[in-house]
Design a protein around this ligand. Structure first.
Ligand SMILES: [Zn+2]
Length: 140
């Protein structure tokens, strides 16, 4: 599995999908499309989860998304307790896939399932891992 999620950070081993980080640095959010069966995946996967094909192409994502669900974290895991309570959202990406991110600049009273949001990728790079997290922010 190329991504392991915990909290606001995911770790991406350097693999065929390391271009993902280069694209992020340029401000582009990309997923992968399988050249064998057409399955689109976000985050990008080097090997298709549907047909196991190793052949894929990059698909640029707009960053636009729709709130699928959310939760407010009051009892935060170690290392995050100083920022609790905070809000985590899961969004549907119109190009395919879902993404989990930290909802930023949005009061809980404003939140509605189905509201339009935008994904803002944020990245720290360390060898041999790239750390990426996303904030979900208001879209006008
Ligand atoms: Zn496939």
């Amino acid at each position: 599995m190329p991504f392991k999620w915990f909290g606001k950070v995911s770790f991406v081993p350097y693999t065929k999908v390391s271009q993902f980080a280069d694209e992020l640095k340029e401000g582009r959010l990309v997923g992968s499309r399988c050249l064998s069966c057409g399955h689109v995946s976000f985050p990008p996967r080097a090997d298709c989860i549907e047909c196991l094909s190793p052949d894929f192409e990059w698909v640029e994502y707009s960053g636009k998304c729709i709130l699928h669900t959310f939760t407010i974290i009051h009892a935060a895991p170690t290392g995050f307790d100083d920022i609790a309570p905070y809000i985590i959202g899961i969004v549907d990406l119109p190009e395919g896939g879902r993404l989990l991110g930290w909802m930023r600049g949005i009061e809980k009273e404003e939140i509605e399932i189905g509201m339009p949001l935008k994904v803002v990728p944020r990245m720290f790079e360390e060898i041999p891992e790239i750390k990426v997290y996303y904030t979900l922010e208001k879209r006008e």
